[in-house]
Design a protein around this ligand. Structure first.
Ligand SMILES: [Zn+2]
Length: 383
C-alpha cells in the first residue's frame, strides 16, 4: 500500500511518518481495493464484514470495538421524510469509530507504540478508546474551550490531555511538533480514515436492498464522512453495482463556512475566514485539509454546499429529539440543511423524494431515499 498526494500525485510508502506531501497536498491510498459483493462476510455485523475491501491487516492486528452496521431508520423533519443512519450508536458515540478502527489497526500493524492527535472532541475520544484497546499510548492536544463531556470521555480512556491556549490551529501545530518524535494519528490527514468511513456507503447500499440513495446530507468540517461516502459509492459504481452516484450535499454552520465560500464564489484557494462561534463545534474548521476533494465530490455528484444558522441547528436538534433521536448540535446541522433542501439543486429523481411520504411500517427498501447520517450522540454535548 502506498500513499499518493491528491495535488501533485507523488507517491510515498505507507510507512512514512509524513502526514501530508511537501507540497501541502493531502494523501490518498494509491491503489484502493476493489469492491466485490461476493466477498462481503454477511455473518459479521460490524464494518469488518467488508474486510476484503479494506487495507489488508493480519487478523491479530485488527482493533475493533464492534463499530459499523448501524441502523437505518425512518425520521422526519420539516414535513419531509428521510432515512436516518444512526452513527451515534458507535462504540464511542460518534461516526469517527469507522475511520479509527482502520487507522489503529494499521498503526498496530506498523508497530507504533505512541500517537499524537489534536481534536476537541469526537475524533480524540474515538482514537483514545481504540488506542486503549490496542495498548498504544495516546497524547491529545486540545484547544481551550473544548466540551467538558468530551474531555471527560477522552480522559477516561487513559489518554494524556494537553490543553493548548489560543485558536484551534495552535493545537494542530503543537501536535505536529510532537509528531516529530511520535506518530501523528490525524483524522483530518490520514487516508486510512477514509478507508473506514467509506463503509458507510457500502452499508447504506446493502440496507436499501443493494441500491444507492438519491441524495445524502452531511455536517461538514473536514468532510471525512462525506468523502468516505464518495469513495464508497464510487467503488460500487466502478463495480457496476449502482448506476449513479447519490447527490452528496455538504452542510456547514453559517458562522464557520469556508467550503460554502469556495463553492458559491468559485474560489481556487482556501479563503482566510474568521473562526466564528457556533454550537456545532465538531465542524468549526476554518481550514479543511481535503477541501479540494470535498468540492470535487459535491460537484461531481450534483450535490451542493449550504449553510444553516445557529437557530436552525437548535430547531433541528429539538425536532430530532422529539422523535427519540438525541444527537449533538453538530449532527443536527445536516438535518437543518434539509430545511434548505427545498432550494437545493437536487436531481430530478430527488425532487420526487422530497414530496414522497411512505406509510408507517413500509419496508424502507421499497422507497426512494434521502439518507442523513446522525453523526454524534447528544450525551457528548449536554446543555
Ligand atoms: Zn504533493
Amino acid at each position: 500500500m502506498n500513499f499518493r498526494c491528491f495535488d501533485c500525485h507523488q507517491e510515498f510508502p505507507a510507512t512514512t511518518r509524513q502526514w501530508c506531501c511537501a507540497c501541502g497536498g493531502a494523501f490518498e491510498i494509491s491503489e484502493r481495493p476493489r469492491f466485490d459483493r461476493d466477498k462481503i462476510d454477511t455473518k459479521v455485523s460490524t464494518l469488518w464484514r467488508y474486510r476484503a475491501m479494506l487495507p489488508a491487516f493480519k487478523a491479530e492486528n485488527i482493533v475493533s470495538l464492534g463499530e459499523g452496521w448501524t441502523p437505518l431508520i425512518q425520521a422526519r423533519a420539516y414535513g419531509l421524510e428521510f432515512l436516518a443512519k444512526l452513527e451515534f450508536l458507535a462504540p464511542t458515540g460518534s461516526f469517527k469509530d469507522r475511520g479509527t478502527t482502520v487507522l489503529v489497526s494499521f498503526l498496530k500493524e506498523l508497530g507504533v507504540t505512541e500517537v499524537v492527535e489534536d481534536s476537541s472532541g469526537n475524533a480524540a475520544a474515538s482514537l483514545s478508546a481504540y488506542c486503549a484497546r490496542a495498548g498504544i499510548h495516546c497524547k491529545i492536544f486540545v484547544p481551550a474551550g473544548a466540551s467538558p463531556a468530551k474531555l471527560t470521555q477522552i480522559r477516561a480512556y487513559g489518554a494524556e490531555l494537553i490543553p493548548i491556549e489560543g485558536p484551534r490551529e495552535n493545537a494542530s501545530r503543537a501536535a505536529q511538533r510532537a509528531a516529530q518524535s511520535s506518530y501523528y494519528a490525524s483524522h483530518a490527514y490520514s487516508p486510512l480514515i477514509l478507508e473506514g468511513t467509506k463503509t458507510l456507503a457500502y452499508e447504506v447500499w446493502e440496507q436499501l436492498g443493494r441500491r444507492a440513495p438519491d441524495a445524502m446530507l452531511f455536517p461538514t468540517g473536514h468532510g471525512t464522512l462525506l468523502l468516505g461516502a464518495y469513495y464508497g459509492f464510487r467503488d460500487l459504481l466502478e463495480a457496476q453495482l449502482i448506476d449513479k452516484m447519490p447527490a452528496l450535499h455538504a452542510v456547514q454552520a453559517e458562522a464557520c463556512a469556508p467550503l460554502y465560500k469556495i463553492y458559491t464564489e468559485n474560489l481556487t484557494e482556501l479563503p482566510d475566514i474568521p473562526q466564528g462561534e457556533t454550537i456545532a463545534e465538531g465542524i468549526r474548521i476554518r481550514r479543511p485539509v481535503r477541501w479540494k476533494a470535498i468540492l470535487r465530490a459535491v460537484r461531481e455528484t450534483g450535490g451542493s454546499v449550504v449553510t444553516v444558522s445557529e437557530r436552525e441547528i437548535l430547531i433541528a436538534q429539538r425536532e430530532l429529539a422529539r422523535q427519540g433521536l438525541y444527537v449533538e448540535p453538530t449532527s443536527a446541522v445536516a438535518v437543518a440543511g434539509l430545511h434548505a433542501a427545498r432550494g437545493l439543486h437536487l436531481r430530478q429523481t430527488s425532487c420526487g423524494l422530497l414530496a414522497f411520504a411512505g406509510s408507517a411500517g413500509e419496508d424502507v427498501r421499497s422507497r426512494q431515499s434521502l439518507v442523513i447520517p446522525l453523526t454524534g450522540s447528544g450525551l457528548k454535548a449536554p446543555f
